[in-house]
Design a protein around this ligand. Structure first.
Ligand code: NAD
Length: 290
């Protein structure tokens, strides 16, 4: 297939390289002039979109996605697919889908989980919103970039699934970290804490697979001085999107709201920027109740 790839950052570059490596003809554009192995760079989003069967975007946020979509949709062939893999707000995803529809282009929102490692290895999970016909066309590309695709329904539902998942993840990481800090103060060894919780009703992905305590459980960013992994500022972004969405539909999300507050102060005032999101544990260790 002929693919236009817009946004060749930490995630986009390895994803584009995997598509090129699988034999697809990939033309790319990034405002920062970044590139990826095996692709040809062009000088605008519109040029990358011309004649493409599928245009893939991997961009920082919804405003940028809307601006790029306004540029590429008029350049795209009718029946082509705009496949947005960025994490953006649900409203932007739905607005872009409506604009694509008006332009005779099929749109999918397909945010990912799996991070930079998953992007490089081609093992991302895609959460997809949009029509079946568009997904059928994009599926061979999703299969190269990822290991699993879940079709979540209509436009915006991929983003909805992503932010609901990450709202649970953020709140659960905080709960796991505060419990470890409490266990420390109660004199419980971390290994005992892990052995009990990971096999009891407090178990979770954050405890069992991504344990925030160094030297305990599987190897995680905690064992590498909290180098990300999944950076705290990306968790902050996703929690912000979850609370924006909750406000839009009048959903009561007190745990998500508190998780957003805690990650905001961690990233903005407590040295969390650039650290893995599990570095909440050393944050709690150094604090008392006030
Ligand atoms: P990044 O900042 O490394 O890459 C974004 C790229 O978009 C940059 O290279 C930037 O120059 C480019 N860009 C910005 N505006 C542009 C424009 N108008 N036209 C063309 N290119 C433009 O970010 P990333 O880590 O690659 O993340 C991309 C998306 O994936 C984000 O929405 C992020 O939330 C999501 N995501 C990231 C991860 C992760 O672990 N990094 C995991 C899951 C999802």
């Amino acid at each position: 297939m002929k693919i236009g790839f817009i946004g060749l950052g930490n995630m986009g570059a390895p994803m584009a390289a995997n598509l090129a490596g699988a034999g697809h003809d990939v033309v790319g554009f990034d405002v920062a002039n970044s590139t990826a192995e095996g692709i040809e760079n062009v000088s605008s989003s519109a040029l990358a979109a011309e004649e493409a069967d599928v245009v893939i975007t991997m961009l920082p946020n919804g405003d940028i996605l809307r601006a790029v979509a306004a540029e590429v949709l008029p350049a795209m062939a009718s029946g082509a697919v705009l496949l947005d893999c960025s994490t953006v707000d649900v409203n932007s995803a739905r607005a872009v889908a409506a604009e694509a529809d008006a332009a005779g282009v099929m749109a999918l929102d397909a945010p990912v989980s799996g991070g930079i490692g998953g992007a490089a290895a081609g093992t991302l999970t895609f959460m997809v919103g949009g029509p079946d016909t568009a997904l059928a066309k994009a599926q061979p590309l999703l299969d190269i970039m990822g290991g699993k695709t879940v079709h979540c329904g209509g436009a915006g539902n991929g983003q909805a699934a992503k932010i609901c998942n990450n709202m649970i993840l953020g709140a659960t990481m905080i709960a796991t970290c505060e419990a470890f800090a409490l266990a420390d103060k109660l004199g419980l060894a971390r290994q005992s804490m892990f052995d009990v919780v990971s096999t009891s009703s407090g178990y979770s992905w954050t405890m069992n697979a991504y344990c925030p305590a160094p030297g305990v459980g599987p190897k995680t960013p905690a064992d590498n001085d909290y180098q990300p992994g999944f950076a705290a500022e990306l968790m902050l972004k996703d929690l912000g999107l979850s609370q924006d969405a909750a406000a839009t539909v009048d959903a009561d999300t007190p745990m998500g709201a508190r998780a957003l507050e805690l990650y905001r102060s961690f990233v903005e005032n407590e040295g969390g920027m650039g650290k893995d999101f599990s570095a909440m544990l050393p944050r709690f260790e150094t604090r008392g109740r006030d």
